[in-house]
Design a protein around this ligand. Structure first.
Ligand SMILES: NC(=O)c1ccc[n+]([C@@H]2O[C@H](COP(=O)([O-])OP(=O)(O)OC[C@H]3O[C@@H](n4cnc5c(N)ncnc54)[C@H](O)[C@@H]3O)[C@@H](O)[C@H]2O)c1
Length: 267
């Protein structure tokens, strides 16, 4: 395992699911964590809720590991909130070594009934959000001439998905941002990669199930189609991949797409 002692990670969508698992895994290996998530319940999608309690319990878990955790409340669409969160992180920890652009939402909609609200939320949170966060973090990485940005796309950032055109568009967009930023930031020794999980066992699936009137396992099985006989992978599997990509072991990896798909894209 890599040693992240002295490293600082800024993680969006850190309260639950994959963001939380990655925050805990990085802290376990020695990193200090700036954990950003929603400060208020957002209007859409219905399952997204204010993250205060979850963030407090995350901080307690990280402090139990002997690491520091700065809690930041904000929406990745809100440039002022992100600017403030990045400034607070720099004030508290002095730098940001790792950005995990992870916050995202998902919900189904057919194209002929899709509303502007549904389209805009997907594009603004899943695609514009990572851009807003990166543009506030990158100046600090440029100044220190080092950094790693990991964008959480999806298998849907490399394939299509039924009734998910807005989600698919946002995630392919994030794949494109990864490649473009890798080129732009290589002179500053900043690596940029994207990860592409198949279904992951997180609260997002509970939210989708509630919206679709199904059980969570039915949602996972319907959307899976994995080659390996599992409906989903666990957030801790994602964390293993993130630990590797964030570490110096991955020093010659930039602009690349990393699948954690249980064989899905081989089918
Ligand atoms: N769960 C899956 O099956 C799956 C599969 C592949 C990729 N992904 C992607 O992984 C990422 C993490 O998803 P997850 O499965 O952990 O979901 P999750 O819903 O369990 O967690 C997402 C977190 O992001 C936060 N968030 C949502 N909108 C936000 C906003 N506007 N600003 C700040 N924070 C916000 C939520 O409050 C939540 O804590 C997402 O980008 C998602 O699209 C998920």
């Amino acid at each position: 395992m890599s040693d992240f002692t002295g490293k600082v990670a800024f993680i969006t969508g850190a309260a639950r699911g994959q963001g939380r698992a990655c925050a805990l895994a990085l802290a376990k290996e020695g990193a200090d964590i700036a954990a950003l998530d929603l400060g208020v319940k957002i209007e859409y999608p219905a399952y997204a809720h204010e993250a205060g309690g979850d963030l407090l319990s995350l901080r307690a878990e990280i402090e139990k590991l002997g690491r520091r955790c700065l809690l930041c409340l904000g929406d990745v669409r809100d440039d002022a909130a992100i600017t403030a969160a990045v400034a607070q992180t720099i004030a508290a920890f002095g730098k940001i070594d790792i950005l995990f652009n992870n916050a995202g939402i998902c919900a189904y909609a057919e194209i002929d009934v899709m509303t502007d609200t549904e389209w805009d939320a997907r594009i603004d949170i899943n695609l514009k959000g990572p851009m807003i966060v990166a543009r506030r973090v990158v100046p600090h990485m440029k100044a220190q001439k080092s950094g790693v940005i990991i964008n959480n796309s999806s298998v849907m950032g490399l394939r299509g998905g039924n009734r998910l055109s807005h989600y698919v568009a946002s995630k392919w967009g994030l794949t494109g941002l990864t490649k473009a930023w890798a080129i732009e930031l290589v002179p500053y020794n900043i690596r940029v990669v994207s990860i592409h999980p198949t279904g992951v066992n997180t609260p997002m699936n509970d939210g989708l199930a509630a919206m679709e009137g199904l059980t969570t396992i039915e949602i996972a099985e319907r959307s899976a189609g994995n080659l390996q006989p599992v409906p989903w992978v666990e957030p801790e599997d994602v964390a293993e991949m993130v630990l590797y990509l964030a570490s110096d072991k991955a020093r010659y990896i930039t602009g690349s797409q990393f699948l954690l798909d249980a064989g899905l894209l081989s089918v």
